[in-house]
Ligand binder design. Structure first.
Ligand code: FAD
Ligand code: MLT
Ligand code: ZN
Length: 525
């Protein structure tokens, strides 16, 4: 269905007529929810994670185990139903698939504690699961691990309106938390395309970055406290609500980004920023990557405190979205330009913010950094800009197989790897580059119609070696999961990895928490 626009874009007129801004007719698309992909591949691909043998020291589930779980969390939350299990066994991309026979849905930290205490004593391996939107195979079992999903732990515990501090259970869905806060005049400090499904516990456990990172920074900064259940069932109360608290080691940081390998996050205390009244969005076209880079530096300088997002995508990513997602239209003529940038400002003075943004855009056009662009005039237009950017993951999986890389790189050569991979793979694959340019975070997606070992061998380890050589990180925000557990050495020194292994063994001596993920399996054989 085409939804008519309520108004046209603001047409910017450069003082020097070097280029024009378009006012096209197009249809906005505001759906924020994810379309799940259930087309499962027969093998798990990605790095060398394929064919991991089951750790024989783990026990196999029996009927006594099921009876025990029923006695502590109730019959209806012990799931053995095939359909529900098959959805929980496969990841969002349909790429990683386990064979768990049991899904547990605890309702409280005490229930999580009892489950883990029992699993630890029985040596039953478990996989903590949130919204199952992770992109590195961390949220699904590799073999028959028991799945513990926090979805029923979805209550707000408290909201301190004076200090903007939210305390909630780990199973709260990010978008629901944001809606709750908006009613109180606040917002969540993070936002991502998976907001309609991902849980705050999953966000904390992956240290998710997302679209507001440029403005509000990492969860290591905004998370004030956590409640975590350890492998032996101990409930670790670190649920502080203070900004400053230098009393010994700040252990919550160990669990932020540990991808369920050290404990299950059950409650989160987080600092939330006030909701500001004025938001502006510009969708822009640039000739080359260097222009995007210069535009970012200019935006940071000129827009300063109101800059709240700076996202980019290449024309290949744009084409992919336009040709694979229904109802999505480009606000700019597609295929004419090489790069697109989405800028968001968020401030407290509508006319000041708008004037500031327009002046910056006009100046940038005159300097030739922007070839074409539009400023949204209403919320539908803004949503449509975001739909294009947030739709890239969804469009990518429609091609069949996605080899997904999430790299942190110095800005000056951030895009080079995309061009190199395109040249390296030729016609064999479609290669796109996009991401959170404001944070130096490139998403490199390589798509083929089906997973293929020869294609994989062309990509890996080349992409990891290249990243390491350029002083980047092989995971900016998605984590290591199953996909990159064996590749951690590209971004961390041997001594650091050894200390991580020691900590894992200290906190989880039986290795029951999310086995085969994050750290190389060779340390645990
Ligand atoms: P899951 O996928 O269920 O789990 C992720 C990992 O965390 C697993 O290792 C799991 O074992 C562990 N885990 C989950 N819950 C808990 C818990 N309570 N305690 C301990 N461990 C737990 N990521 C970004 O960083 N930035 C983005 O912009 C972004 N955009 C995305 C857009 C789309 C369309 C999709 C599909 C994904 C995107 N992601 C992004 C990846 C993903 O959404 C994030 O990693 C998210 O934080 C995962 O949350 P989840 O609740 O779905 O966790
Ligand atoms: C994004 O920024 O869109 C996400 O990290 C998801 C992805 O890259 O697929
Ligand atoms: Zn991202």
């Amino acid at each position: 269905m085409l939804i008519p626009l309520s108004g046209s874009y603001l047409k910017l007129k450069p003082r020097r007529e070097c280029c024009t801004l378009q006012v096209p007719v197009w249809a906005p698309q505001t759906s924020k929810y994810l379309n799940r992909i259930y087309m499962v591949q027969s093998r798990s691909f990605g790095s060398s994670a394929i064919n991991i043998p089951r750790n024989p020291s783990f026990a196999k589930l029996n009927s006594d185990d099921i009876s025990y779980f029923r006695s502590i969390i109730g019959d209806k939350n012990v799931i053995e139903d095939e359909d529900r299990l098959s959805a929980a066994n496969v990841d969002w991309m349909g790429k990683y698939k386990g064979s768990s026979q049991l899904l547990l849905l605890p309702k409280s930290s005490e229930e999580v504690s009892k489950i883990l205490h029992y699993c630890n004593s029985r040596k039953l391996a478990v996989v903590p699961q949130g919204g199952n939107t992770g992109l590195v195979g961390g949220s699904v079992p590799v073999h028959d691990e028991v799945i513990i999903n926090l979805g029923l732990m979805d209550k707000v515990v408290s909201f301190d309106k004076i200090n903007g501090i939210l305390v909630c259970e780990a199973g709260c869905i990010l978008e629901n938390l944001n809606s709750f806060l908006e009613n109180e005049g606040f917002i969540m400090p993070l936002d991502l395309g998976a907001k309609g499904s991902c849980q705050i516990g999953g966000n904390v456990s992956t240290n998710a970055g997302g679209l507001r990172f440029i403005r509000y920074g990492s969860l290591h900064g905004t998370v004030l406290g956590l409640e975590v259940v350890l492998a032996n069932g101990t409930v670790l109360d670190m649920l502080g609500t203070l900004r400053k608290n230098n009393t010994g080691y700040d252990l919550k940081h160990l669990f932020i980004g540990s991808e369920g390998s050290l404990g299950i996050v059950t409650k989160v205390s987080i600092l939330t920023p006030p909701k500001l009244i004025s938001t502006n969005h510009a969708f822009l076209a640039c000739q080359d990557f260097i222009s995007c880079q210069k535009l970012l530096l200019g935006a940071k300088r000129a827009l300063g405190e109101v800059l709240s997002a700076f996202e980019f995508m290449d024309s290949h990513a744009m084409d992919l979205v336009l040709s694979h997602l229904d109802g999505v239209r480009s606000p700019l003529p597609a295929s004419l330009y090489n790069f697109y940038v989405l800028i968001e400002t968020n401030g407290s003075d509508e006319s000041y913010d708008k004037t500031k943004l327009e002046a910056f855009l006009l100046r940038s056009m005159e300097e030739g950094l922007i070839l074409d662009g539009v400023i949204s005039q209403d919320i539908n237009q803004s949503s449509s800009f975001w739909r294009i950017r947030e739709g890239i993951s969804e469009a990518s999986v429609k091609l069949g197989a996605v080899y997904k890389y999430d790299l942190s790189l110095p800005l000056n050569n951030l895009y080079d790897i995309v061009e190199e991979m395109r040249a390296r793979l030729g016609e064999a694959a479609k290669v796109i580059g996009y991401g959170h340019l404001g944070d130096g975070n490139l998403h490199l997606n390589i798509m083929t119609s089906r997973y293929d070992d020869d294609v994989l061998a062309q990509i890996e380890p080349y992409v990891y070696e290249w990243t390491s050589k350029h002083k980047g990180s092989i995971s900016a925000e998605h984590g290591l999961g199953l996909m990159k557990a064996n590749e951690i050495h590209y971004s961390k020194s041997p001594e650091t990895v050894q200390l991580m292994v020691d900590m894992k063994k200290l906190l989880d001596p039986n290795g029951i928490l999310n086995p085969y993920k994050v750290l190389p399996q060779s340390f645990f054989n």
